[in-house]
Design a protein around this ligand. Sequence first.
Ligand code: ZN
Length: 132
Amino acid sequence: MLEKKFKKPPWQKPAPVRDKPVSSDYPFYNSHKWRKHSLARRKRHPTCECSACRVSDDPLDATMTDHIIPIRIGGSKFDERNLQSMNKLKCHQIKRQKESQGLYEAHVYNENSEKVSARKFNEGVRGSISYS
Ligand SMILES: [Zn+2]
């Protein structure tokens, strides 16, 4: 049996090359609701809230809103305690680098200072989020 080689018709263009990593969170970051929320928050917190800028006399400008506990591991999308203004080009890059090296860890504590899971936190447990 002869097999015909499949050829794409000329009007079918090749798939576009993506310049951003494909992530399940990606559509969320482009949503109107998130962009509006992020912008409003950065108006209230216009400088970077990373650990270095917090103690700096000259903190960098915030250009994005970061989820302290990433959404992909259960961090809340809109909980104020899980958000921080960040400078995308410098400080967020450093955070991502640390994350990929396993040097960054978010900690979630309830009001008795006991460590709890991010999901538990989303269910209304009081407490705080920090990272190192
Ligand atoms: Zn910073």
